[in-house]
Design a protein. Structure first.
Length: 291
């Protein structure tokens, strides 16, 4: 199939591109600055209408939207990147005859947490759920995604290697890390299924843990002895989040703290069925080369 991957230079989109090509698909990278013969120029800050997308979808069988941003900013406004432009793209897909759409959303979007990030993520999901049956849609809601080259994975590996772990509010925040390889494999398997139907799936790892457990496991996989744990009081984390509200580059702000404290876990049964096997455990993520 001919597949357009939007956000192909990002962490998730880059892995999708490689996995889909390995499976024999023709992948068109939708990126801001094309550099390869099969690239096309897309800009989520400018291509905000159906009319802007229609010429880009000629001959496309599948569209994968892997564009995402965690913080709102002037250069990367959530209103466009997470809501208006994806909806314009999906509207164009319907008119252009695209057969399949894959939307990378976020775990917890349906929990009623009123952060700007979750609010913007809900609208494209609602739009896809109202498309006719002639288009099959896969909405994946991943937990924290691990990949050796991922920015968050690099950060967590660095923290895990420190002899002292400063744990925000004790590190009890629940999460269920999922490996990028499993996400790519699940999408490839769904596309290969001639009877694939529209579905929304929580993309999570084999089991849940908490921040402390994840860092301890990563440290063990990196072949280090047990770290010293120090609790960082909740009021200090809240203060840091308030400071992050005025620093766009900071990954920690009031909204991200709210989402972190709300937990990021789900039953893995649906993802196991989609994948055709149990997903990987966070306890086996780190390969020996990195260790």
């Amino acid at each position: 199939m001919k597949i357009l991957v939007c956000g192909a230079t990002g962490f998730v989109g880059h892995h999708f591109t490689a996995a889909l090509r390995e499976a024999g698909h023709t992948v068109i990278r939708g990126i801001r600055k094309p550099s390869q013969p099969d690239d096309i120029a897309v800009d989520y800050c400018k291509d905000t209408t159906k009319e802007a997308w229609l010429p880009k979808l000629a001959g496309i069988d599948v569209v994968i939207n892997a564009v995402g941003v965690l913080r709102d900013s002037v250069k990367q406004p959530m209103a466009l990147l997470l809501e208006q432009t994806p909806i314009a793209l999906f509207s164009a897909c319907q008119e252009a005859g695209v057969k399949h759409i894959v939307q990378i959303s976020a775990l917890g979007v349906d929990k009623g947490i009123e952060t700007a990030y979750f609010q913007r993520r809900r609208a494209p999901e609602a739009y896809l759920n109202n498309l006719p049956d002639s288009i099959s849609c896969l909405i994946l809601r991943p937990s924290v995604i691990y990949g050796d080259d991922g920015a968050s994975a690099k950060m967590f590996r660095f923290l895990a290697q420190l002899p002292v772990h400063g744990l925000p509010a004790g590190g009890n925040q629940r999460l269920q890390p999922v490996h990028i390889d499993d996400i790519c494999a699940a999408v490839n398997r769904w596309l290969a299924d001639t009877n694939a139907h529209s579905q929304t799936v929580a993309a999570v790892g084999l089991e849940a843990t908490d921040m402390r457990g994840m860092l301890d496991s990563y440290r063990q996989q990196l072949q280090h002895s047990q770290a010293l744990h120090i609790n960082i009081p909740a009021f200090i984390i809240k203060l840091s989040a308030l400071m992050g509200d005025v620093i766009p580059a900071s990954p920690l702000c009031s909204d991200t703290l709210t989402m972190l404290n709300a937990g990021n876990t789900a039953d893995s049964a649906a993802f196991t069925q989609l994948l055709g096997r149990p997903p990987k455990s966070y306890q086996t993520f780190i390969n020996r080369g990195l260790a």
